[in-house]
Design a protein around this ligand. Structure first.
Ligand code: ZN
Length: 218
């Protein structure tokens, strides 16, 4: 069983499923040679893959190309099925930042074969998450900047307004394809600048100066 923790609160929430969105920033879709999608591209990670800021990301031996993807993460606070955008927005109770670690070499082979991306995305330690901020304490703004540095060098940086599908549109769409429940996490896609990391690298993610996350590659 995995939990998430909040800034400024001793509360913990049990994590349900992790729904991830692919290709939600046009510049990132381009850098991987993908079309900008008409609907969000969705995949799942198991909650068992979750680790926290300060933990170590372990690269599986069957990959030679593990990429970082920094993302805004949303916490769902109520049951949602076929929800409107308004209902979806009201159901986001907190947010944080996370890393959707990806085995790019494995994913490229799977893509070519037309197979699901699961093996490239589900490995243990592949989902890093920071502490969450409650929307009631600090509302989410499109002006906020999401960034990731590796060993002190800036690799990814984008305002949230560059997302193709907004948080409420994403959640509304996801709820039309699968039920969402309290404790579910949504990884909302990564901006351009994804790249390979190696053992010993230190990854630092930030959402403005509000939240930060640090993880080492092992
Ligand atoms: Zn991602």
């Amino acid at each position: 069983m995995k939990f998430v923790e909040f800034l400024n609160s001793p509360e913990k929430t049990t994590v349900g499923k992790i729904v991830c969105v692919g290709r939600n920033y046009a510049e990132h879709a381009k850098e991987l040679g993908n079309e900008v999608p008409e609907f969000p591209v969705l995949f799942l990670k198991p909650a068992s893959a979750l680790i926290y800021s300060g933990d170590t990301i372990i690269k599986p031996a069957f990959s030679n190309e593990m990429h970082h993807e920094i993302e805004l993460v949303l916490l769902v606070g109520r049951d949602l099925k076929d929800a409107s955008e308004e209902e979806s927005l009201a159901a986001i109770t907190a947010y944080s930042i996370g890393l959707d670690m990806t085995l790019r070499d494995v994913q490229n082979v799977l893509k070519k074969k037309g197979e699901p991306w699961t093996i490239a995305k589900c490995f243990d330690t592949s989902a890093v998450i920071s502490k969450l901020i409650k929307i009631s304490e600090n509302p989410l703004s499109p002006e906020m900047n999401l960034s990731l540095s590796v060993n002190g060098n800036l690799r990814q940086s984008s305002k949230l307004e560059n997302m193709i599908f907004s948080p409420s549109r994403l959640i509304s769409y996801i709820s039309s394809r699968m039920m969402l429940e309290p404790g579910d996490l949504i990884y909302t896609g990564t901006p351009a600048g994804v790249n390979k990391v190696e053992p010993g690298d230190i990854l630092v993610g930030k959402l403005d100066e509000l939240i930060s996350l640090e993880a080492k590659v092992g």
